[in-house]
Design a protein around this ligand. Structure first.
Ligand SMILES: Nc1ncnc2c1ncn2[C@@H]1O[C@H](COP(=O)(O)OP(=O)(O)OP(=O)(O)O)[C@@H](O)[C@H]1O
Length: 383
């Protein structure tokens, strides 16, 4: 428990003033706070770290009394600290929420199996219920199989789409409409930078939102660590001796995100506040109103009945490309899960994977030489 500061009786007399905590002025400073370089003691660090998260939760009305909340638990440092701190704050400030751990098993041998073992230990340590949902059960593919079939280059794309939907479906299974994740300030600043560098204005607009809801999904997501620095989360886990899994994913991280991360780390070394500053810039960015022509589809290819029931809209983007938008509440024609598109993103990717698997099998099954084989080999080349 936090000890009140400035107790002249308990003040460490053998310490010089410069060695004392800059907040309580009575205990020895042992930490240089990554966020503002203040030298503080362990107790004050715990207190400011937890209080900042509490303030984020309260000022953004993240929870309501009686709400059931699933923590996306990967066993890594961020989500482990999130589960621990959320349970602590829930008890300390009587949020009145019910916390459940929700883990997705992507099927990555030597990585996710080990991190899930950590989550299972966390479940006992924090006395929280745990639900595990696997890609194998949902999609009949594991990430290891996907990488074997589609290569490592796009692994983050597949994994990201499937995980987002898997978290939704896991929450649905638990009858929970709110998933919190351990995305932190560094992750958010990185995303803002990436979207600026790519000129991805649509994503830039949403990249600093603390709470999001995907089109067609009944599950909202929030990021209570939006203003928490990665380095402080690691320090907190270290000093509190939390049990977490620290190995990076076996598959290559998204190359461009890696570059943005590197750039941000370099900036942070010169100016620690730049992480928060980038988030503030993103939050206050005012974008030009979108110039988009929207018209109802009157296409020959679409049956009249479909038009009536599905309320499609044809969106013509400024770069000339078009997309079909389906209003929320629609279901994917393949899997039946809620989706804003006719076929959800996961099913589109699964379709590509199935086609690729068939092609690989064809190559393995037939010992063909000559033209057919050459044509298949050429098909694999991308320019
Ligand atoms: N397999 C998973 N199961 C449940 N939640 C997950 C899973 N993977 C990621 N998440 C959620 O998404 C957040 C961000 O995930 P990311 O892959 O960026 O990992 P990270 O930044 O290393 O976080 P962590 O340290 O918690 O693993 C995690 O903090 C967690 O809440």
């Amino acid at each position: 428990m936090y000890q009140p500061p400035s107790d002249p009786v308990n003040k460490a007399k053998h310490l010089k003033t410069s060695q004392l905590c800059e907040l309580c002025h009575s205990r020895k400073a042992v930490i240089k706070r990554p966020k503002n370089l203040m030298k503080i003691c362990k107790e004050c660090f715990y207190y400011v770290f937890e209080t900042e998260i509490h303030n984020t939760i309260v000022s953004n009305n993240l929870f309501y009394k009686g709400e059931r909340v699933a923590v996306g638990a990967s066993g890594g440092k961020d989500s482990t600290v999130l589960a621990y701190v959320l349970k602590l704050l829930n008890e300390r400030h009587q949020y009145g929420i019910e916390i459940v751990l929700l883990s997705i098993d992507e099927g990555i041998v030597g990585y996710r199996d080990d991190s899930l073992a950590t989550v299972k230990r966390n479940q006992k340590q924090y006395e929280l219920p745990l639900e595990i949902v696997s890609y194998r059960d949902l999609y009949n593919w594991t990430m290891d199989e996907i990488v074997a079939c589609a290569g490592v280059r796009n692994s983050c794309t597949y994994c990201g789409v499937f995980r987002r939907q898997a978290l939704d479906r896991g929450a649905n299974k638990l009858n929970i409409a709110h998933v919190v994740t351990g995305h932190n300030a560094d992750d958010m600043a990185e995303t803002v930078l990436m979207n600026i560098l790519r000129g991805d204005v649509a994503r830039l607009e949403k990249s600093t939102a603390i709470m999001t809801i995907s089109a067609g999904s009944p599950v909202k997501r929030s990021k209570p660590f939006k203003y928490s620095y990665q380095k402080e989360i690691v320090l907190y886990a270290h000093y509190k001796k939390l049990d977490y899994f620290s190995t990076e994913c076996t598959y290559a991280p998204e190359a461009f995100r890696g570059t943005a991360r590197e750039l941000m780390k370099n900036l942070e070394a010169i100016r620690p506040s730049c992480i928060i500053d980038i988030i503030h810039s993103g939050e206050n960015l005012v974008l030009k109103p979108k110039k988009q022509k929207k018209q109802t589809v009157k296409s020959k290819n679409v049956k009249k009945t479909e038009l009536n029931t599905q309320e499609q809209e044809l969106e013509v983007r400024t770069d000339g490309t078009v997309s079909l938008n389906f209003k929320d509440g629609n279901r994917c024609e393949r899997c039946g899960y809620l989706s804003s598109n006719k076929i959800c993103k996961a099913c589109t990717l699964l379709e590509g994977l199935a086609a690729n698997r068939a092609k690989v099998q064809l190559d393995l099954d037939t010992s063909t030489d000559g033209a057919a084989k050459v044509v298949r080999d050429l098909e694999k080349l991308s320019f």
